[in-house]
Ligand binder design. Sequence first.
Ligand SMILES: C[S@@+](CC[C@H](N)C(=O)[O-])C[C@H]1O[C@@H](n2cnc3c(N)ncnc32)[C@H](O)[C@@H]1O
Length: 274
Amino acid sequence: MNKPVHKFYSDAEDYWSKIPPTIDGMLGGFGHISQVDVQGSRIFLQQLFKSKNPPGRTYAADCGAGIGRISKHLLLNIFDKVDLIEQNPIFLDRAREYLGSKLIGKVGNFIPVGLQNFQPETNKYDIVWIQWVLGHLTDAHCIQFFTNCIRSLKANGMIIVKENITSSEITDVDENDSSITRPIHFLKSLFESSGLDCYRQMKQTSFPKELYNVYMFALKPKVHESETNLEITVSTNTPGDIVSKLNTGGELKNDAANVPELVFQNEVKIGIVL
Ligand SMILES: C[S@@+](CC[C@H](N)C(=O)[O-])C[C@H]1O[C@@H](n2cnc3c(N)ncnc32)[C@H](O)[C@@H]1O
């Protein structure tokens, strides 16, 4: 995709402004996969709650929330409070009705802002859920957004990304909704460059074959070198454990302000669904 950043975002805004505020609208005509999607997410989340240092269940953020599909069927049933962050205010208005009177009381804030401009509070969320929206952010904004999300996490907090993945090595471009779909290694390099470790990943099963592969990633802030050094003095970790925690590779720079236009490596233009 070769257009100015502001047009990448304004084209997406235009696209979503014409989409009906329905489940089918949120899922590109594949509303019928919603239940399977939520079921896969629930299993993933349950596994995380069984892990050694599980996240709390107090506060979640639903990023790119649309009309609140994930909040309604997953997050609000697990967490005491959920914030919905969404660029299209019409979708958030619809969410107020869609969630219903019982669940709405558990919504902390409806936040009508693009994720590229989202400034979450520090130390607020146990889980930041980001589903089917990262393709609307530039690489630089992904890194900036993840960095902000890291700051917003409580102790043991995690970021969950659930996203379409290309089966090829190249980034697909959808001019229709002004989005991109990244290969898995590229998405992972964005996590790495943001200071996130991929703690768990799982492929969503039972989706229609014509859709992209969809993966869930549980991401944790990297252990800082100083903390790792501390671990060496107080724990019985083997050198191999420590070395694996010091993996700080990644080539992307967190320099969102200086991106003149979108440049995605090895891109190809094809029609895509969702
Ligand atoms: C495919 S829908 C997914 C909605 C929801 N995550 C779900 O799974 O039901 C993508 C959503 O991302 C929103 N969106 C697009 N660009 C965005 C941006 N830059 N910041 C925040 N939300 C954005 C759209 O308005 C839309 O609601």
